[in-house]
Design a protein around this ligand. Structure first.
Ligand code: PDD
Length: 285
């Protein structure tokens, strides 16, 4: 992670940064987070990330710890101090530190803000995208509001670990009706035989991915047809292409699902076109 991290008003070496053991992120997962990509030193889709952060905070009735503009400055300063050119900024806001009691603290406490940044190797991502990755499915076990980007990620952690143990890169959650909701840390997409993009509607059942929203704009610019509807596991296995999206993976080709080969087993042209056009359309700041 970061060598320098911002915690409650101070930039500190990670080894010296301190958060209370009474922090509600620690005891209840009572907080929210964002992950924003850094590419060539610029923050990618920062506006959408901060807009979603605001929606998550509002849903949990947590106040902004500092103003939005101040937060933008802190994010840049953390990126600078960690010398990140390609990588990510991670920010986390919890309800704050208070004696453990499930209800909100009776006396107003200050939300805890942590901002970190780290470098990622763009070549590793590009190599994965060149071959495509395997995905497994797993039953949807999360709460009913995955649209709120909370710190409570245990089902996602277990799903990702199951994928890893199966030699796959991601796990797609499947709801009781047999439809894919989204990945453990990504949104799920397929491409039909007719070349249309299909992805689930951004309702309460999935995180409203920033990359998902940006890719919808890219698709429109490329003249691709988009259908927002659920798709079943079998439809995904027999689709001509599949991929997933997130801030750190952009559009990542999926070449097998639960061992079934998708398309010809190689990254598909529609996925690669979206991936290739993402940079020129995404907001940089
Ligand atoms: N994950 N769905 C889930 C459950 C996610 O956790 C994420 C992001 C996404 C994609 O959202 P976006 O395009 O805004 O990154 C979808 C981040 C990267 C993470 O938890 O590390």
């Amino acid at each position: 992670m970061s060598r320098i991290v911002y915690v409650d008003g101070r930039y500190r070496p990670t080894t010296e940064a301190v958060v209370s053991v009474d922090d509600r992120a620690f005891t209840f997962g009572d907080g929210v987070y964002e992950v924003c990509e850094v590419a060539a030193g610029a923050l990618i889709e920062e506006t959408r990330h901060l807009d979603r952060l605001g929606r998550s905070l509002e849903a949990l009735r947590i106040a902004w710890p500092i103003g939005r503009e101040a937060l933008r400055i802190v994010m840049r300063e953390v990126v600078r101090r960690n010398r990140v050119r390609h990588g990510l900024v991670y920010l986390q806001i919890s309800r704050g530190a208070a004696r453990r009691d499930h209800g909100f603290p009776a006396n107003a406490v200050r939300p805890t803000l942590v901002v970190a940044a780290r470098s990622l190797d763009p070549a590793a991502n590009a190599a994965r995208a060149a071959t495509g990755v395997a995905v497994i499915t797993t039953p949807e076990t999360r709460w009913a509001r995955p649209d709120i980007k909370t710190l409570q990620l245990l089902p996602n952690v277990l799903a990702k670990q199951a994928a890893r143990e199966a030699g796959a890169y991601e796990a797609w959650f499947v709801d009781r009706q047999g439809f894919v909701t989204e990945g453990a840390s990504t949104n799920a997409w397929i491409v039909t035989a007719e070349g249309a993009l299909v992805t689930r509607r951004a309702d309460e059942s999935i995180l409203h991915g920033v990359t998902r929203a940006a890719l919808i704009q890219v698709a429109a610019a490329l003249g691709l047809r988009l259908i927002e509807r659920p798709f079943a596991v079998l439809e995904a296995k027999t689709a001509s292409e599949a991929f997933f999206s997130s801030a750190t993976t952009i559009a990542m080709p999926v070449v097998s699902l639960d061992g079934a080969v998708i398309g010809d087993g190689r990254p598909g042209p529609v996925t690669l076109a979206l991936r290739g056009a993402f940079r020129e359309h995404a907001e940089r700041s």
